[in-house]
Every structure is written in structure tokens, then in C-alpha cells.
Design a protein around this ligand. Structure first.
Ligand code: TYD
Ligand code: MG
Length: 468
């Protein structure tokens, strides 16, 4: 690696306790942690994160950035950002390799260029030819997109300063480097100092910058997480690689809510906005299958219907497994305990698997009732009502607790043709049922026995054998 003439001094900083020393230690002299010392550039005097020293300003004199947000030409993307991109903001886009980060941002570059603006795409990972191949799939190329194949960050930012584009995209933060540092690209010190340099560029010029960061196997250590605290917005693009849709989520947003999600579908021509995610998430549902329940969760301002699946099966030796995908594992254990204790389900010798379809991660407790009933349904082999949604938080005593914004969830269910909704009995009445038949539920036990009763009604031919 070439070394710049104006080498700045480097120091070694402990990742754990922040202890600084001029030399490397395998074990931090201050907190005794092993292998936590990372190399960092010593901060230049008088520089702050906005590039230059400043005197104070009156709060009333600070210009609001709100007016000038840049639309990225995608309703979903703009919504996640809080209504477009704020000038001078630094946005980190993280995600697994191959999930579609480069695709999303190249598409964004093309769309912004369509508005007659210039976008600089710093390609530090792929050759311009590879990027051109991708662009060909995404539709009409645009004059406004400029590619720069450069891994030396200083040179790339110099170009950007000269060019003054409307947007800069760096693909990726793990492959660019600063020559003053001895460590290799992608190391913690390079990640931090490169991000710091880009941050100064963004604040100094007012040009918004996207940084792409791969989530590595070590995730927490060398992945985008180490720079999360430095940037304005952290987005993660998620989804299962072999599934069509992708979810864009804000993990941090200085300019908007972190609750909003953007849903996209990966097609032959890039990522397409999905305006009606509920329809997509329910499209593969099998009618009358045991272990499936539909819940209406609220993602930001938007209610989304999602199918929750559960499977119980005889466990082998040892502790039975409780495995959750898209749902909190501890919460699942809690629900299994509640079902065992309060609804009389025998799950002690059963493995329990729960899967939230569509690669969605449910964080809301409002999905508890649906998860609990999906488990009960799988354990009993009795399907839940296909045209019903289940909404409610489950407490430790087996009670079903109220959720916020119930009306909005019910409206979405009605819109998608659902006929009934199981809702917490404590919900404020009269409820606007949005045309749904509402069934109020006080406890999980009550809902589970309603399920069992349904099976008897549905199969009058089943006669209990007499005891011998
Ligand atoms: P990519 O954006 O290269 O992922 P990342 O930058 O996150 O590593 O996209 C990878 C996948 O997307 C790749 O497997 C091909 C697929 N893809 C499509 O399905 N349709 C498209 O139009 C494009 C451009 C990519
Ligand atoms: Mg890529």
C-alpha cells in the first residue's frame, strides 16, 4: 500500500474501554481485555465532525434542512428515510453479501440522474464493466451517472469535491482505504477513519453520501456496526436470498422514524416497490393448514398482514428445541410456557418451530396471540379459521392484552377480505370493526378451547371411543 507524504500519527485504542496508547498491546493495559487494541489516526487538532471549527449560532438562525430533501424516486425508499434524503447526510446501507445493496443504490443513482442531477458512484469493489452489466438490467442508462473505479478514498473524495454531484455512493466502505494507515482495507481502524473522512466530506460540502457495508460473519467486529454511531442513518436491507422480496429497515435515523420499512421485490429488472406488502406476504398461504395464523402488525405507520407458521413435532433426547425465525426466541419460550401452564398444552416433549413468512422480523408483542394459536393449532392438528386474523399481546398469566392502533390493523384486514378478527377483550369498545366480525378474547386458554370446540363442530362424525 502506498504511503502518503503527510502521514498522520496513529495511536492504538482499546475497543472496549477506549484506553489510548502509542504502541500496540495484545492485552489492554487498562481493562485487561485481549486483542481489543485497534489502530486509529490521531484526531487532527481543531477538526470537528463537520470539518472546520465554528463559533456558536443561535438556534433560531440554524437553517432547517427539512425543505431540501432529495427524493430518490422510490416511494418505499423515501419513506424509510423519513421523506427523502437530507442534504449532507451520511447513510450506511448494510446487508448480507448478495442481498441487493449495489442493485438498490445503482437504481437510485439512475433515478436521481433522471431528475437531471449528477450522481457519482465510487466503485471500489466491482469493475465499471460489471456495474454496466447490472445497469443494463435496470433499464435506460443515464448520462448523469458517473462511475469512478477507485479504492483510495482520499483521491475519490478529491474527485467528488471537484465534481460536486448531487449524490455520492461508495460501494463499499470495506474496500476503500486511507493510505496513512498501515492496516488493510476492511479493518476496524480503516472502517472508522474512512467513515470519519466521508462524514467530514458530507458535512463540509452538503452532498449526501451512501456507504455500502457488508455484514460480515464477524458482524459486530469488522462489519458496518463499528461505524453505526458515526453516521446519520443506518439502513439494513434484509430478506432471504432465495426469496423474492427484500425489506429495507432503518436501525437508526437522525432525520426520521426507525419504525418505517420499505418492501421491495427483486425482479429481473432490479428492485421494485411493493405498495401492498400484505397481499405479497399472504399470497402463498395454504388454506386450512394447521399451524398457520395471520396477524396484523404495525410497521411504522403501516399495518401489514403477515402469516405466522408453527410446527410442533416429537423431540429427540435432551431438551426439546424452540426455534424461531423472524420472531424473538425468548418470547417464543415464554409463549410455550404460557400454553403449557395455562392452556393445558403438552409441549414438554415437543420441538416447537415458529416461522414468520416473507423474511419479516416481528418485533411487536401484538403478534403473541397469533404465534400462540399457531402453536396450539399445529399441536392439535386443527386448522385455525382461514378468514380470521389474531391480534393481541400475551401476558405471563395467560391473559390477552390490548394493542395500540387496533383500528388501523382491522381496516387492513378488512381491506384484504378477512371476515373475523380475534381481538383483546380489553380493547376500547365500541370498536370500529371496519366491517369485520370481532371476537373478543380474554385469555389464551379461552382461544385454545374455542379452537378445540371448532374441531368438534367441524367434524360431527368423529365419535370419542368409549373407555374399555
Ligand atoms: P447485488 O446488488 O450485487 O448484491 P450486494 O451488492 O448486496 O452484494 O445483487 C445480488 C443479487 O441480485 C444477484 O444474485 C443477482 C440479483 N439481481 C436480480 O435478481 N435482478 C437484477 O436486476 C439484478 C441487478 C440483480
Ligand atoms: Mg455489491
Amino acid at each position: 500500500m502506498s504511503r502518503g507524504k503527510t502521514r498522520r500519527k496513529t495511536v492504538w485504542v482499546c475497543r472496549e474501554c477506549g484506553h489510548e496508547s502509542s504502541g500496540y498491546f495484545g492485552r489492554c493495559p487498562s481493562c485487561d481485555a485481549w486483542g481489543t487494541m485497534v489502530e486509529q489516526l490521531e484526531a487532527p487538532v481543531a477538526a470537528n465532525r463537520f470539518g472546520e471549527p465554528r463559533s456558536f449560532q443561535r438556534l433560531t438562525e440554524v437553517r432547517s434542512a427539512e425543505r431540501a430533501r432529495l427524493s430518490l424516486g422510490s416511494v418505499e425508499f423515501d419513506r424509510v428515510l423519513g421523506g427523502g434524503l437530507v442534504p449532507g447526510s451520511l447513510v450506511l446501507l448494510g446487508g448480507d453479501p448478495g442481498i441487493g445493496k449495489s442493485t438498490l443504490l445503482l437504481q437510485t443513482a439512475l433515478r436521481v440522474a433522471e431528475q437531471g442531477r449528477t450522481v457519482l458512484y465510487i466503485a471500489a469493489e466491482e469493475s465499471p464493466e460489471q456495474i454496466k452489466l447490472r445497469a443494463d438490467r435496470l433499464g435506460a442508462p443515464s448520462e448523469g451517472v458517473l462511475l469512478l473505479a477507485e479504492t483510495a478514498l482520499d483521491r475519490a473524495l478529491e474527485e467528488a469535491t471537484q465534481l460536486r454531484p448531487a449524490l455520492v455512493i461508495i460501494d463499499s466502505i470495506q474496500t476503500v482505504y486511507l493510505s496513512e494507515l498501515d492496516s488493510s482495507p476492511g479493518s476496524v481502524s480503516q472502517l472508522r477513519d474512512c467513515t470519519g473522512r466521508v462524514l467530514q466530506f458530507a458535512k463540509r460540502t452538503g452532498i449526501p453520501v451512501f456507504l455500502i457495508g457488508h455484514v460480515t460473519k464477524e458482524g459486530l467486529i469488522a462489519g458496518p456496526r463499528v461505524v453505526e454511531h458515526m453516521v446519520d442513518v443506518v439502513l439494513y436491507l434484509e430478506g432471504e436470498r432465495f426469496h423474492q422480496h427484500r425489506v429495507l429497515r432503518a436501525a437508526k435515523n437522525r432525520f426520521g422514524s426507525t419504525n418505517e420499512i420499505g418492501v421491495f421485490e427483486m425482479s429481473d429488472a432490479g428492485l421494485i416497490d411493493v405498495g401492498n406488502p400484505s397481499e405479497l406476504f399472504l399470497s402463498e398461504r395454504v388454506a386450512n393448514a394447521a399451524g398457520s395464523a395471520v396477524v396484523a402488525v404495525l410497521e411504522g405507520t403501516r399495518p401489514i398482514l403477515i402469516e405466522v407458521q408453527a410446527l410442533t413435532s416429537a423431540a429427540g433426547y435432551g431438551t426439546p428445541r424452540r426455534v424461531a425465525t423472524g420472531f424473538d426466541a425468548t418470547r417464543l419460550q415464554l409463549l410455550v410456557a404460557v400454553l403449557t401452564k395455562h392452556a393445558g398444552l403438552r409441549l414438554a416433549d415437543q420441538d416447537v418451530f415458529v416461522n414468520v413468512t416473507g423474511g419479516i422480523r416481528i418485533v411487536e408483542p401484538a403478534a403473541d396471540l397469533a404465534v400462540a394459536l399457531a402453536i396450539a393449532s399445529s399441536a392439535s392438528g386443527i386448522p385455525l379459521e382461514t378468514d380470521a386474523v389474531y391480534i393481541g399481546e400475551v401476558g405471563l398469566a395467560g391473559e390477552v392484552r390490548g394493542v395500540h392502533s387496533l383500528e388501523r390493523r382491522l381496516q387492513e384486514a378488512a381491506r384484504l377480505g378477512f371476515a373475523r378478527a380475534y381481538v383483546p377483550a380489553s380493547s376500547r369498545f365500541p370498536l370500529v370493526g371496519a366491517g369485520l366480525h370481532l371476537v373478543s378474547v380474554r385469555t389464551v386458554a379461552e382461544a385454545v378451547s374455542a379452537l378445540a370446540a371448532r374441531a368438534v363442530r367441524a367434524r360431527p362424525d368423529v365419535i370419542e371411543p368409549l373407555p374399555e
